[in-house]
Design a protein around this ligand. Structure first.
Ligand code: TMP
Ligand code: MG
Length: 289
C-alpha cells in the first residue's frame, strides 16, 4: 500500500495494525488529520557524514555567544546526562529527575551568558544544524493540505523557530511548543519562560495547552513523530482521539533499544536520516496529491 514501508530502515512489530490505522485515517479524510512531531533528532538529522548534528541547545553551546569556560561546563553536562537519556537499563521514573537536573543546570549556565536575541539568527546560520532530507516536501505538503503541524520540543523555541525560518518552511500551519527565552528590555537573555519542558514531561506540556487541542478537535487522527520514548506522550492533550500512528526514529544504541521502540512505536525507522517514510505516509493520507 505504501512501497516505502518496505525500505530496509523500516521495522514494524505489527504491520497489519499499521495498515488498519492508515486505512481508517484515509477513510476519515486528511481534513481530520493533525501531525505532532518532536524536533531535535526527529525533524533534524542525528548525524551527517559520520558526524553528529547539533540539537537546539548544541547550536548555542557551540557558538561564539558562549565563553570557553561555559562551553566546557555544558559539554561536561552533555557527557554526563546524554548517556543516561539513552540508557535503556534505567526506567523513565529513574531518569526523570536526572533529566530535570540536566535541563536546569544547562539553562542556568545559558542565562549567565548575556545572550543577545539579535545574535540568534547569526549563530543558527553559522551552525551545522540540518533538517532531515525531505524536509521541504514534508513542510510544504502539510501546508498545501492545511494539515496542522505541532512541533513539540524540549529544545529551545527561539532557536528552533530560527532553524525552520532560515530553511523557508515556517509556514502558518506550524505551531511550536517549546522552551522560550525571556529577554530583558535590551534584548539580553534573563530567564526561560513558563514551565520547563524536558524529554519526560511532554504530557504535562500538552495538558497545559488545551486551547490548541480544543481548536483542533475536528482532527482526531494523529501522526506522531519522535525519537525518544518521552515523545510518545506529546499527543496526550488531543481530544477524542480516534487513531494515532506513531513513527519513531531510532538513531543511537540500536540493538539495545530496538525492542522497546518496536513495542512503543508503530513504525520504527532505524538509522534513517530522511523523512522519506513519513512523507510517503502523508502523501498516502492525502490521496497521493
Ligand atoms: P527535543 O524534545 O526537541 O528532541 O529536544 C531535546 C533534546 O535536547 C534531547 O535529546 C537532549 C538535548 N539536549 C542537549 O543537547 N543539550 C542540553 O543542554 C539539553 C538540556 C538537552
Ligand atoms: Mg528529540
Amino acid at each position: 500500500m505504501i512501497p516505502e514501508l518496505s525500505n530496509p530502515s523500516v521495522c514494524m512489530k505489527d504491520p497489519e495494525r499499521v495498515k488498519e490505522i492508515l486505512e481508517s485515517m484515509v477513510k476519515a479524510g486528511s481534513n481530520t488529520v493533525q501531525v505532532i512531531s518532536d524536533f531535535d533528532m526527529t525533524l533534524t538529522r542525528f548525524a551527517h557524514n559520520g558526524k553528529r548534528c547539533p540539537t537546539c541547545h548544541n547550536i548555542l553551546d557551540n557558538s561564539m555567544l558562549i565563553t570557553e569556560e561555559c562551553k566546557v561546563k555544558l559539554k561536561d553536562l552533555l557527557n554526563k546526562y546524554y548517556p543516561i537519556e539513552i540508557d535503556c537499563t534505567r526506567s523513565i521514573a529513574e531518569k526523570l529527575p536526572l533529566m530535570v537536573e540536566w535541563w536546569t543546570q544547562a539553562h542556568e549556565l545559558l542565562v549567565k551568558q548575556d545572550i543577545r536575541k539579535d545574535k540568534l539568527a547569526i549563530v543558527v546560520r553559522q551552525s551545522e544544524a540540518m533538517l532531515r532530507e525531505g524536509y521541504q516536501l514534508f513542510f510544504d505538503h502539510l501546508h498545501e493540505h492545511s494539515i496542522p503541524l505541532l512541533i513539540f520540543s524540549a529544545g529551545i523555541g527561539d532557536v528552533l523557530e530560527e532553524v525552520i525560518r532560515q530553511a523557508g518552511v515556517f509556514h502558518p500551519n506550524v505551531k511550536v511548543f517549546s522552551n522560550y527565552m525571556d529577554f530583558d528590555e535590551c534584548g539580553v537573555l534573563k530567564a526561560f519562560k513558563g514551565v520547563l519542558i524536558h524529554i519526560y514531561n511532554k504530557r504535562e506540556g500538552a495538558l497545559l495547552n488545551t486551547g490548541h487541542f480544543q481548536e483542533l478537535r475536528t482532527r482526531p487522527n494523529v501522526v506522531l513523530m519522535g525519537d525518544s520514548l518521552g515523545d510518545l506522550t506529546m499527543a496526550d492533550g488531543v481530544q477524542d482521539m480516534e487513531n494515532i500512528l506513531k513513527i519513531g526514529f531510532l538513531n543511537d544504541k540500536v540493538e539495545e533499544r530496538k525492542q522497546s521502540y518496536l513495542d512503543a512505536y508503530d513504525i520504527v525507522l532505524i538509522k534513517d536520516e530522511t523523512l522519506v517514510v513519513p512523507n510517503a505516509v502523508l502523501l498516502y493520507l492525502t490521496g497521493n496529491k
